[in-house]
Design a protein around this ligand. Structure first.
Ligand code: GLY
Length: 324
């Protein structure tokens, strides 16, 4: 390294150190803020209610988020999560999920797991029983079986029928470049004492190519949680959102002082500025800080993005800010 390069290198390292010292200072936690649970879409409301119930019965925040997410995973009417989720192009349901603990700064994730209806619970066990972070495909399935999960057919008559209808649609192979159904349960929670958890579970985009993994199980994309700051999660077109590491971007913006609401909007504006075609994309995010302040935003108005918020003993649905 010549002297000029060496000086530039030292300056850039010193600059990075200064950035982390000032921009990533932890915000002050207001004690007694009380627990807050935030979950995407109308199916997030029973999930948030269940999470609150588990938490108030003495469960940990991780237990609460896991058991909350189990609700839509178990519900065959929710065709984008767990049992009854729409399958891949071969007619097999492949599920993705991740959960992140903001205290240990530790996530567990499973990708493209088949035959197991509660991938969030398998992801939780990846944290608790292994030193790995992510298990994929057959390996994730075998791990679940060893941990006592029971394999089952995840297709329901309704999801099978939708797949058959799609198969009989002329030119359905076009899906290799066109997005279809997207939806997910994204979840963020705080105990009101500075602890934060983020979770996400999905069957991914319908009719996806076998083995496709979206944003949901990727740490920093579908989930991110840091007790020093807060947590975020995402729902929508994971093939686009993965390229923006949405959740970690939001949390790092919060660490620099943005409110959860502003951090969600900033991320969406950044996506639109990077590629104006993203204005037409299905992009939705939620965030919470370690003081219990919440934020949510969607790129555009279609479909209307609603999220559930449980706070002070009750839950309600709220409309996210529409940015474009
Ligand atoms: N956001 C869910 C997915 O695209 O897989």
């Amino acid at each position: 390294m010549n002297e000029l390069d060496r000086r530039d290198f030292i300056r850039s390292v010193a600059g990075a150190a200064a950035l982390s010292a000032t921009d990533f200072a932890a915000p002050t936690v207001t004690p007694e803020a009380g627990p807050v649970f935030l979950a995407t879409w109308p199916h997030g409301k029973p999930a948030a209610d269940r999470a609150a119930e588990v938490f108030h019965s003495g469960g940990s925040l991780l237990d609460a988020v896991e058991k909350g997410i189990n609700v839509p995973e178990d519900d065959p009417k929710i065709m984008s999560v767990g049992y009854g989720g729409l399958p891949n192009e071969d007619g097999e349901v492949e599920l993705d999920a991740a959960i992140m603990d903001g205290t240990r700064h530790r996530a567990g994730a499973v990708c493209a797991i088949h035959s197991i209806k509660n991938p969030i619970s398998v992801a939780r066990l990846v944290i608790e029983k292994t030193r790995h972070t992510t298990l994929a495909g057959e390996g994730a399935y075998q791990f679940a079986i060893k941990e006592g999960f029971k394999p089952m057919q995840l297709l329901t008559p309704a999801s099978l029928q939708q797949w058959l209808d799609w198969r009989s649609t002329p030119n359905h192979e076009q899906f290799w470049v066109n997005p279809a159904n997207h939806d997910t349960i994204g979840f963020v929670a705080t105990d009101g004492k500075g602890h934060v958890v983020s979770g996400c579970s999905t069957s991914g985009t319908a009719w996806k190519i076998h083995g496709r993994v979206g944003d949901s199980p990727l740490v920093g994309c579908g989930v991110y949680a840091d007790d020093n700051v807060g947590g975020a999660s995402a729902t929508g077109d994971g093939d686009i959102m993965t390229n923006y590491c949405t959740s970690v971007s939001i949390v790092h913006n919060m660490a620099r002082g943005a409110s959860p609401q502003d951090a969600c909007v900033d991320l969406i504006k950044h996506m639109a500025a990077t590629d104006p075609r993203n204005r037409e994309a299905f992009i939705c995010v939620i965030a919470i800080d370690n003081r219990g302040r919440a934020g949510a935003a969607s790129m555009n108005a279609g479909p209307k993005f609603q999220y559930a918020i449980w706070q002070n003993g009750t839950s309600k649905m709220a409309d996210a800010i529409v940015v474009y």
